[in-house]
Design a protein around this ligand. Structure first.
Ligand code: BG6
Length: 513
């Protein structure tokens, strides 16, 4: 299947034509990895596409003792290392001249007062009209403090024609209670429409395509329900380990790191009802309904319907890799899960009784993120003698990464004098669109912040509903420490118990197919 459509400027479709509003982008944790690897290259890409406003400035706020010149030198080194396209000297010279540094401690009110003065000057110099986009790229335990300081320094206040927006990174809380607390804290300072809780999965091209696939095509919606769908699988498999983030990961684990946010968002996009419009509120209203309809499993069901795992040593891509417990900043007796699988049910008219199998893990056999929708077999197996019941029923695979594709598998007759059946695939690959602009995946999200579109960001109730599902599972696991860790080898597809979870339902995982 091939096809070609006209792309918007970023290759993300129509609607990205006008540059974002003039503004200052204030980054907390400006010396961190996220700023260097993602934010700066994304802003540079937006600039190259003419989507960054003509009038903009960037202010990095961090603890390190730097001045503007040294910070600019750091950012120049970073863009040379992490840009996703060749860096144009002229464009970068203009970009660099708009970068400033503010030194300070997140707890230091005086530093925020000085920041306020600096921001005023910068706003005048660069004609930003005082619009402020603050990005919390600092550690999660600083989010509430930074927002409180912004409020106390008068930096969160909007005025006529002047906006203030705050991007909050994940993880947003570590359970329901802490997420509720954080929401209360930041909403004490900011209005909900000023808060942009980011989830980088929602910036991915194929994830954005899910709504288009479901609601811009008429042929899928009629079969998108319990009558025709046997079950759904959502997988985020990584071949990477914890990549120097041992300390963070020890306190997180895969449910907090991936499932509560990225996978639950994919679940929403697959299971939600068509929104009445594409407004941020209409889309998010439908998403939250999905999470609210997830049946909370009892303790007994949690034990039977969830699996946790931790990797031992093994081989990934032919290279020997250490066990999780041997990674830097990880306890040699760690009980943190690096893998989880679970079966959930969405109790609504559309999906009642359809199992949703979710899983994610580090150090699995390959990097493979995708959604597989398995349809039921036809009601009458006319081709039984030709082996139709030995071949998998129809399946729709939405591959998100590393390959970006949509595939439908179906039966066809093998050429020859007798009837023999084989599975064949109809496939649309994103490569068919031709050369895509290389991107970090944050461009669209940053652009949306600058235009005030919060559709792709989590609303408070969405985060809370997601924690309402994940917290009882985490609590039960915490009360019953695992005795079999490590229980899967690095480079495998996870613990045997995860295969059994599906096998006892007569099903199997779709592994890298
Ligand atoms: C992040 C997690 O949110 O997502 C990381 O903190 C994970 O642990 C990453 O590796 C995966 O993102 P992607 O875009 O590579 O699938």
């Amino acid at each position: 299947m091939t096809g070609h459509a006209g792309n918007g400027a970023m290759g993300t479709g129509a609607g990205l034509e006008r540059p974002g509003d003039p503004c200052t982008i204030l980054i907390f944790g400006a010396m961190g990895d996220l700023t260097k690897r993602k934010l700066l290259p994304s802003l540079y890409n937006l600039r190259c596409h003419g989507l960054l406003p003509k009038d903009f400035a960037i202010v990095g706020f961090a603890r390190r003792d730097l001045d503007h010149a040294r910070f600019r030198a750091e950012m120049t080194a970073a863009i040379r290392q992490f840009a996703t396209r060749p860096v144009d000297d002229q464009i970068w010279a203009d970009f660099e001249a708009r970068i400033y540094y503010a030194k300070g401690d997140f707890g230091d009110a005086a530093a925020f007062a000085k920041l306020g003065h600096d921001l005023e000057e910068i706003a005048l110099r660069h004609h930003t009209g005082g619009n402020l986009l603050a990005y919390l790229a600092s550690p999660p335990d600083t989010f509430a403090t930074v927002v409180r300081q912004l409020g106390a320094a008068g930096l969160a206040k909007q005025g006529p024609g002047r906006w203030v927006r705050v991007v909050v990174e994940k993880p947003f809380g570590r359970d329901l209670e802490s997420a509720l607390g954080l929401n209360t804290e930041i909403r004490g300072v900011l209005h909900e429409n000023q808060i942009f809780r980011i989830d980088h999965y929602l910036g991915k091209e194929t994830v954005q395509n899910l709504l288009v696939f479901r609601f811009a095509n008429g042929i899928f919606e009629p079969i998108w329900n319990r009558r025709y769908i046997d079950h759904v699988q959502i997988t985020v498999a990584e071949d990477l380990g914890v990549e120097g983030r041992g300390a963070f990961y020890e306190a997180a684990g895969v449910v907090r790191d991936i499932i509560q946010n990225h996978i639950f968002q994919l679940l929403c996009l697959i299971a939600m009802e068509p929104p009445s419009t594409l407004s941020a509120e209409a889309v998010r209203n439908e998403k939250v309904k999905v999470l609210e309809a997830v049946r909370l499993p009892s303790a007994e069901e949690i034990l039977q319907q969830t699996v946790r795992g931790q990797y031992g040593d093994g081989f990934v891509g032919g290279a020997k890799v250490p066990a999780y417990r041997a990674e830097a900043n990880v306890s040699p007796a760690s009980k943190t899960e690096t893998y989880a699988a679970m079966k959930l049910f969405i109790e609504n008219w559309r999906f009642s009784g359809v199992p949703f199998y979710l899983r994610s893990g580090k150090r699995l056999a390959e990097r493979d993120t995708g959604i597989s929708i398995q349809f039921r077999r036809p009601p009458l197996l006319l081709f039984r003698e030709a082996g139709v019941d030995r071949i998998d029923p129809n399946r729709l695979d939405i591959r998100i990464q590393p390959e970006e594709a949509i595939r439908i598998s179906m039966k066809a007759k093998l050429p020859g004098p007798t009837i023999r059946l084989e599975n064949v695939k109809l496939e649309f690959s994103y490569k068919d669109f031709g050369e895509q602009s290389p991107a970090t995946g944050y461009e669209r999200l940053l652009y949306d912040c600058m235009t005030g579109d919060s559709t792709l960001f989590h609303r408070a109730d969405i985060v809370e509903a997601a924690w309402r599902i994940a917290t009882p599972i985490l609590d039960l696991w915490a009360s019953l420490p695992p005795r079999d860790f490590p229980n899967y080898a690095a480079g495998s597809w996870g613990p045997a118990a995860a295969d059994e979870l599906l096998a006892k339902d007569g099903r199997r995982w779709v592994n890298g197919e």
